[in-house]
Design a binder for this molecule. Structure first.
Ligand code: SF4
Length: 158
């Protein structure tokens, strides 16, 4: 990332795993790194600019301005509903979007909230699916927590 933000001084080997597309094989460690990245973004002085940049370049991975992809899409959708014209060829678009984000911090909070709820729902559905699969294969009903041998990962990031 070329903006001078809080992440700028992290070595690439760390920042690629925290904000970038690299995933560690250990899901829990990866989750902790992403969560730490989000916390760092929250205190970043160029957060709005970073988020606008991430939206404009349409990066499908990573964290920009403390938000993962789906939450960034939500911010763009809200901005467009409020009249923002998304045109990647317009050299002023990124600046305009950053200004809109700075002036409307509640849309970032709303996008985070929505993403948080969505992830919780996905996790609940995944647990139920695993439980159903276990129940089908054993013919016995077990409590959902007993159906998996790993503790549930609260992968909400926020
Ligand atoms: S908002 Fe986060 S990813 Fe963006 S420059 Fe700041 S610390 Fe880096």
């Amino acid at each position: 990332m070329f903006l001078k933000g809080e992440c700028a001084d992290f070595p690439d080997s760390w920042s690629d795993r925290m904000w970038g597309p690299d995933d560690l094989p250990n899901r829990r460690t990866q989750y902790e790194l992403r969560r730490a990245a989000v916390r760092i973004c929250e205190a970043c002085p160029v957060r709005a600019e970073c988020l606008a940049f991430g939206i404009m370049v349409r990066d499908q991975y990573g964290i920009y301005g403390g938000l993962p992809l789906r939450a960034r899409r939500q911010v763009l959708k809200t901005a467009q509903e409020a009249g923002f014209r998304f045109d990647p060829d317009d050299p002023t678009a990124e600046q305009r979007l950053a200004r809109f984000i700075r002036e409307n911090p509640e849309i970032v909070a709303a996008a985070r909230e929505r993403e948080c709820k969505r992830r919780k729902t996905e996790q609940r559905n995944a647990r139920q699916q695993r439980w159903r699969a276990t129940t089908r294969s054993t013919g016995k009903a077990k409590a959902p927590a007993a159906a998996t041998h790993t503790p549930p990962l609260q992968d909400t990031l926020f």
